[in-house]
Write a protein of this length. Structure first.
Length: 453
C-alpha cells in the first residue's frame, strides 16, 4: 500500500471508529470493530512494521557502523530488523546457520557472507533463495550497479555484493625513516618489493616483510595474471604454470630471500595475524580491512605512523590486477518474507559503504563517492594518511580487479587442499611439482565424485 493511500485509509478508519463510539449505546459488545493497528499519541493509526530477521554474531551486533545501517533502513522503510544473535565470532555463526538451514525450519530471513567461499557453500547446497525473479520483477539493474562483482551459479544469482576490499602494501614509516630509505609509491614489481625489504634488513631490522598463512598468498601471482582456478571442463586448473610460479615465489620470500618469517617459523611460533602492528616489520601485504587496526589506538597503541601504497605486480609484466574479497548478502531459501527481505538486501548492498567505511562493490559510483569514504578515514587518522593517498594506492593504479577467494565447485575443500599440500612444499617435505600435482589431483577427485562439474 503506498503512503498516500495509507493516509486515506487511516482517515477513513478514524471516521468509522468515531462513529462507532457515538453510536456505542446502540451496539452490543459482539458488534464492536476490531483494529489490528494501534493509535499513536496524536490519535493516528500506526501500522505494525513487517519484522525481518538477520543472523549476526556478537561482534557485529555491537558494531556501531553496522547498527547505523540498520537504523537508517528502519527509518527509511516500513520494515523492522530483528537480530538472530549467535554468540561467538565470525566462525561460530556459520556453524549455527548450517544447523538452522539444514533443518529447513529457520525463520531467519537474511544471511551475510564474509567471503565468496561461504556463498559458494550455501549456494551449492541449495540453501539460498535465487533472487533472479525478484530482480526481473523490479527491473533492478544489477549489471549497471554491480557489474562483475555479481556472482552467478548455474545462471542463478543468490546474493548481492555488499563490499569489495582490495589489497595493498602497508608500511612502517619509522622503519623507513630510520633506514633512510624512501617510502614506496607508484607502480612496482615483486622484485622491487623483495629488494626494498632486503634494504631494510641491511639497515638492521631482522625482517623487512610480514605476511600471513592465508591460502591466497600461495596462488597470488596466478590471480594477478587472471588465471582461472577451474578449466572449462570444470576440473582444477592448478596445473597451469602460474600456480607453480606463485607457490615458488612465496616459498622463496621466506626460505631463500628470508625477508620475512618462513612458513615453518610462522606456524611453530604461532605468530599472530596482527603481528605487523608490533612495529617490528617494514612492510606487509594484506587486504584493506587491515586499516581498522591503525584506527584502533586503544588496542594497538603506536609510536610510529604507517603509509599505504599499491600492490607489487609480477616482474614479467604479465599480471596487472589487484585482488580483493567480495562480501555479500542473501536470503534464506525458507524465508517467509522474501520480497521484504530483498528490500534490505538491496539497501545494504547499495549503502553499506556509506556507514562502515568498506570499499563499495559498485561500478556506478564516481571518484567523489570513494573520496568521501577516504576523507572520513583520513579524519579518524588525524591526517596520518590522506584521502588522496588511499585513492592513489587502491584505485589510481591502472590495475584491474580479481576476486581473491576461490569461487566455484568444492571451493572450501579446494582452499584447504592448497593449504595442506602447499605447506608440505613450504616446509620441505614435498617437491614443488609433487605439491602442485597433488593439489590438482585431489581437487579433481572431489569435483568428479560430487558430480559438480
Amino acid at each position: 500500500m503506498n503512503r498516500t493511500l495509507r493516509v486515506y485509509v487511516k482517515s477513513f478508519a478514524m471516521i468509522i471508529m468515531t462513529t462507532g463510539l457515538l453510536l456505542g449505546c446502540g451496539i452490543n459488545n459482539n458488534s464492536k470493530l476490531q483494529f489490528v493497528d494501534s493509535l499513536d499519541a496524536n490519535g493516528i493509526i500506526e501500522e505494525e512494521k513487517t519484522v525481518l530477521k538477520i543472523y549476526v554474531d556478537s561482534i557485529r551486533a555491537q558494531d556501531t557502523n553496522f547498527l547505523d545501517v540498520v537504523h537508517a533502513f528502519e527509518r527509511d522503510t516500513d520494515y523492522k530488523l530483528e537480530f538472530n544473535l549467535i554468540p561467538g565470532d565470525g566462525k561460530d555463526i556459520y556453524k549455527k546457520i548450517d544447523i538452522d538451514l539444514g533443518s529447513k525450519k529457520s525463520d531467519t530471513d537474511i544471511i551475510l557472507f564474509s567471503n565468496p567461499i561461504l556463498l559458494d557453500k550455501y549456494s551449492e547446497n541449495n540453501m539460498l533463495l535465487p533472487i533472479n525473479d525478484l530482480i526481473d520483477e523490479q527491473a533492478y539493474d544489477v549489471d549497471r550497479i554491480y557489474g562483475d562483482y555479481i556472482t552467478t551459479y548455474n545462471d542463478n544469482i543468490y546474493s548481492l555484493p555488499a563490499g569489495a576490499g582490495r589489497w595493498a602494501v602497508y608500511y612502517n614509516k619509522k622503519i623507513f625513516d630510520d633506514a633512510h630509505i624512501p617510502y614506496p609509491s607508484g607502480a612496482w614489481t615483486w622484485d622491487d618489493y623483495i629488494e626494498t625489504a632486503q634494504k631494510l634488513m641491511v639497515a638492521g631490522h631482522k625482517f623487512g616483510s610480514y605476511m600471513l598463512d592465508y591460502d591466497n598468498y600461495l596462488y597470488f601471482i596466478a590471480r594477478q595474471k587472471g588465471i582461472p582456478l577451474y578449466k572449462e571442463d570444470g576440473l582444477s586448473n592448478y596445473d597451469h604454470p602460474s600456480f607453480k610460479e606463485s607457490l615458488r615465489l612465496f616459498a622463496e620470500i621466506g626460505n631463500v630471500y628470508q625477508i620475512q618469517p618462513n612458513w615453518l617459523e610462522f606456524k611453530t611460533k604461532k605468530l599472530p595475524w596482527d603481528g605487523f602492528m608490533t612495529g617490528e616489520y617494514g612492510l606487509t601485504l594484506i587486504g584493506t580491512w587491515y586499516t581498522n587496526m591503525f584506527l584502533d589506538k586503544k588496542l594497538y597503541p603506536r609510536d610510529w605512523e604507517f603509509g599505504i601504497t599499491q600492490l607489487p605486480t609480477p616482474s614479467d609484466g604479465l599480471g596487472d590486477n589487484n585482488l580483493g574479497n567480495v562480501n555479500s548478502i542473501g536470503i534464506n531459501k525458507y524465508s517467509k518474507h522474501p520480497l521484504e527481505a530483498f528490500e534490505f538486501v538491496k539497501y545494504f548492498a547499495e549503502n553499506n559503504y556509506k556507514f562502515t567505511g568498506d570499499l563499495p562493490a559498485r561500478i556506478d559510483l564516481k571518484e567523489e563517492d570513494r573520496m568521501s569514504i577516504f576523507r572520513k578515514t583520513e579524519e579518524k587518522l588525524n591526517g596520518e594518511v590522506t584521502a588522496q593517498q588511499f585513492n592513489d594506492a587502491l584505485y589510481n593504479t591502472d590495475l584491474g580487479f580479481m576476486k581473491e577467494k576461490i569461487s566455484g565447485p568444492v571451493a572450501l575443500e579446494y582452499s584447504q587442499i592448497i593449504l595442506e599440500e602447499g605447506e608440505l612444499y613450504l616446509i620441505g617435505v614435498k617437491s614443488l611439482d609433487d605439491a602442485v600435482h597433488s593439489i590438482k589431483s585431489r581437487v579433481d577427485t572431489l569435483i568428479t565424485d560430487k558430480g559438480v562439474q
